[in-house]
Write a new protein. Structure first.
Length: 117
């Protein structure tokens, strides 16, 4: 019997910062945690977006659940999570999902091609 296939694991971290988060060192610690995540085995991607209403969304991908769990449980990351609750966030939510399918499209770099003679 074949072993079950591993799927990439995507974490969606939605948050809102407290007004004093920057003064409490948020940007420095956030940059440190992103840099650390990028060094972890199985790291694929880390992107953060901020909506016009102030909500922040980070999307972090690891190649397997095992590698995701190692990041989740990393002692420095755990300490940063606690610091976030203590000093940075008004609210946050975390969704962890297995990616079972992906599609993508990329516009040609040189623009559309004339398909008519």
């Amino acid at each position: 019997m074949d072993a079950p296939a591993e799927h990439p694991v995507v974490t969606v971290f939605r948050s809102r910062l407290r007004p004093d988060a920057e003064a409490n060192g948020y940007s420095h610690l956030a940059a440190r945690m992103e840099a650390r995540a990028r060094t972890m085995p199985g790291f694929v991607e880390f992107k953060t977006f901020t909506a016009t209403d102030g909500e922040r969304v980070s999307v972090i991908t690891f190649d397997t659940f095992e590698h995701h769990a190692a990041w989740r449980d990393d002692p420095e990351h755990r300490a940063a999570q606690q610091r976030g609750r203590d000093a940075f966030y008004v609210e946050y939510s975390i969704s962890v999902c297995e990616q079972h399918h992906q599609r993508s499209f990329r516009w040609p770099a040189d623009g559309p091609r004339d398909r008519h003679p």
